[in-house]
Design a protein around this ligand. Sequence first.
Ligand code: RTP
Length: 148
Amino acid sequence: MERTYVMCKPDAVQRGLVGEILKRFEQRGFQLLALELQHPTRERLEEHYGDLKSKPFFPALVEYMLSGPVVAMVFGGINAVKMGRVMVGETNPLASTPGSLRGDFSMVVGRNIVHASDAVESAEKEIALWFPNGVKNYTNPIIQQFVY
Ligand code: RTP
C-alpha cells in the first residue's frame, strides 16, 4: 500500500483544525496508519525541509514550524501521495482552490496549515524521520472492499 506523510503545522493545531484535517482524509478513504502530537526539534525540522536550506525563507519557515506542536500522521491508500497533495492544495494558498485544505483554511504561504509528501520516495523518508520506531501496516476490511 502506498503511504504518505501528512502533518498538521503549528497554526493548524493552534486554530483547532486537526479534527477537520483528519476528517477529510478519513472521508476520502485514506487509511490512518499513525498519528502523534509532537514537539519537533530544530534538527528534525531542518532535516525535513533539507531541500529548502538555500531558500531565503528557510529561517522563517523553521521558526514557524517551531512555534508550537505539530500533529504527525501517516495515511495509506491508492496513489496516497498524489491524492494527499490534491487534498492539501498548492503551496501558495492564493493558488489553492476552495475545497482543498489550504484553499479553505489559509491565506498566506507562511501559514499554510498542512504538509503532505510530494513523492513516494520522500514520503518514505519523512515517515522514517517522524516515526523512527516504525509504522505498522494493517488491513482495513472496509477500505479493502473498494480495491479492485
Ligand atoms: P510542504 O512541504 O510544507 O508540504 O509545502 P510544499 O511542498 O507545498 O512547498 P515547499 O516548496 O516544499 O515549501 C515548504 C514550505 O515552505 C514555506 N514556503 N514559504 N515564503 C515563501 O515564498 C515560501 N515558499 C514556501 C511554506 O510553508 C511551504 O509549505
